[in-house]
Design a protein around this ligand. Structure first.
Ligand code: AMP
Length: 292
């Protein structure tokens, strides 16, 4: 496993790697969710590249860029046994040198949900992912269902800009009690941790209501909100039932739908979702042997 910082060196190393090459973009502080993407890439590709980069352009003013958790040595120790060929760990100056001024905006699907709360977020995501696609030239890029809107944005961007690659979206890995794994869970105080399962409980409640015959999206959103309100420490930011490709809000849930939410719990912002597509629920997988 080689660890490389500069774009020129990554290009040189990539040219020596076989195809298909799988790329797993991350911001580091890795957990089982990230590792599940890397294992999937390892199983499906001849070479695997992982990027570790806390991308400043996807953080808004007052967000958690400075305090975002980082531990590169631990991340590399986690990646070594999985069979990663190359880890790219660029500096912000390598990705955005002085004079940098080019950004990519994926219009419609960047606006609702996370985009409302974080107006420049997906501009930063789309830009850095386009640069990763350019430098690493992967045939497949692996993303987590945990960040459902991000997956929609980077897939749309790859199609619109003719990147010759497939975006693979992998199931959300959850702690044994249902909390979706996230580097940001490290912000949760021990006293807050039990309440953090309310997102999973709310999503489970809406899934049961739909399965029980409730198809009115407003009624279903109310069920999600009511479940969130059972935890007094939790403040709802949004609940949404949207079309999984357009992210337009639905009135009736008949076929496919993305059920998603964002909440605040103390200093921590948490997101989660369930996806109903092709008659199948993607609710994620519980990680039994969790380190948490
Ligand atoms: P991040 O480091 O948070 O930017 O995440 C890097 C990639 O890992 C993204 O594609 C995320 O969607 C994915 N990811 C993060 N958490 C999870 C999780 N709990 N399960 C599956 N994928 C995840």
């Amino acid at each position: 496993m080689v660890v490389i910082e500069s774009i020129a060196d990554v290009r040189r190393a990539r040219a020596e790697l076989p195809s298909p090459l799988g790329l797993v973009p991350t911001m580091g502080f890795l957990h089982e969710g990230h590792l599940s993407l890397v294992r999937r890439a390892r199983a499906e590709c001849a070479a695997v590249v992982v990027s570790i980069f806390v991308n400043p352009t996807q953080f808004g003013p007052g967000e958690d860029l400075e305090r975002y958790p980082r531990d590169l040595e631990r991340d590399l120790d986690l990646l070594r046994p999985i069979g990663v060929d190359l880890v790219w760990t660029p500096s912000p100056e390598e990705v955005y040198p002085p004079g940098y001024q080019t950004f990519i905006m994926v219009q419609h699907v960047s606006r609702p949900l996370e985009g409302k709360a974080r107006p420049i977020h997906f501009r930063g995501v789309a830009t850095v992912v386009a640069k990763l696609y350019n430098v690493c030239a992967p045939q497949r890029a692996y993303f987590g269902q945990k960040d459902a809107q991000q997956a929609v944005v980077v897939r749309r961007m790859a199609r619109d800009l003719d990147f010759p690659l497939e975006v693979v979206v992998c199931p959300t890995v959850r702690e044994p009690d249902g909390l979706a794994m996230s580097s940001r869970n490290a912000y949760l105080a021990p006293s807050e941790r039990p309440a953090a399962t309310v997102l999973f409980r709310s999503l489970t409640a809406v899934k049961e209501a739909l399965t029980g015959g409730e198809h009115d999206a407003d009624m279903l959103r109310a069920i999600m909100s009511r479940a969130l309100a059972t935890e007094h420490a939790v403040t709802e930011e949004y609940v949404s039932i949207a079309h999984p490709a357009t992210l337009d809000e639905l009135e009736i849930v008949e076929g496919e739908a993305l059920f998603s939410m964002a909440v605040r719990l103390g200093r921590t912002r948490l997101i989660d979702n369930f996806l109903l597509q092709d008659g199948q629920w993607s609710t994620g997988v519980l990680h039994e042997a969790s380190r948490a």
